[in-house]
Design a protein. Structure first.
Length: 272
């Protein structure tokens, strides 16, 4: 099965990306932290932002609501229809061959391509395309998945023994052909992500821990409680508030990036 068909099947038949960032504590933490970090790097509205691999438009909707001029691209037809239905300007396409003109946007946000493009040269194509459509001095931000995430997450969920072969593949290679969780997925080390962004031509690259160490509290809650009531010790204060404050505190210390399941990389297109 080709990557495109695999993604179509995964996101159309098996996985509801539209609800992911609102239906779990981990998803709500990820959403809040993406907004934290985009607020830090984006120019003020009404700047033009390319949301590349933007799925059904959760981030694009937030950006549009804040007054940004947003264009979304995603390879999955179902996602493009969902985004369009919410009023987002969206097109089906490939991050490696963007349909936009040079220097059309003030900033670009690249999420899915960094973990759904398995080969490093394909990720480089996607990054260079994002840089191409961004104006000099503009920021390109990406989301990647930490290579250690499956090891820690499956341990907290007590599923490591059954998933050990997959986890071992990912730790060794950054990819597992046996991974049943997410279609065609690549996992980065912090050093690898920094090198890829730098090699693509971005300047002043920074890597943030998107969910930070607090993200593991949300993983534990989602894995063991789901929709069931939380015990008193996990209800007050709100665990989402605790996880978010933990991620923000850890963000002051670069050495803490390694503890995050998700990574947020950002760099600036050189001013010629």
């Amino acid at each position: 099965m080709t990557m495109h068909l695999e993604l179509e099947e995964h996101y159309t038949e098996r996985y509801d990306e539209a609800s992911r960032l609102g239906s779990t504590v981990k998803g709500r933490l990820e959403l809040a932290r993406v907004q934290d970090l985009l607020n830090r790097y984006l120019p003020p509205p009404p700047a033009a932002v390319a949301d590349i691999g933007g799925g059904p438009g959760v981030h694009a909707s937030w950006l549009k609501h804040r007054g940004y001029d947003v264009e979304l691209l995603d390879p999955v037809e179902h996602h493009v229809r969902q985004a369009t239905a919410t009023g987002i300007s969206a097109v089906q396409g490939d991050a490696r061959r963007l349909p936009w003109e040079d220097e059309e946007f003030d900033a670009a946000f690249v999420a899915g391509p960094m973990y759904h493009l398995r080969e490093a040269d394909e990720r480089q194509l996607a990054l260079r395309e994002a840089i191409r459509v961004t104006k000099p001095g503009g920021f390109v931000a990406v989301v990647a998945i930490n290579r250690a995430a499956n090891l820690i997450g499956s341990t907290l969920a007590n599923t490591l023994i059954e998933r050990q072969a997959v986890v071992t593949d990912i730790l060794r290679d950054g990819y597992s052909p046996r991974n049943e969780r997410m279609a065609h997925t690549t996992y980065h080390t912090v050093a690898q992500l920094r090198a890829e962004l730098t090699h693509a031509g971005l300047r002043g690259v920074m890597i943030h821990g998107l969910t930070g160490p607090g993200g593991w509290l949300t993983v534990m809650i989602d894995a063991h409680y789901g929709d069931r009531p939380l015990p008193d010790s996990l209800q007050e204060p709100d665990p989402l508030r605790t996880a978010l404050e933990c991620a923000r505190l850890a963000d002051r210390y670069p050495e803490m990036v390694q503890s995050s399941s998700l990574l947020f990389g950002v760099g600036q297109r050189a001013i010629l």
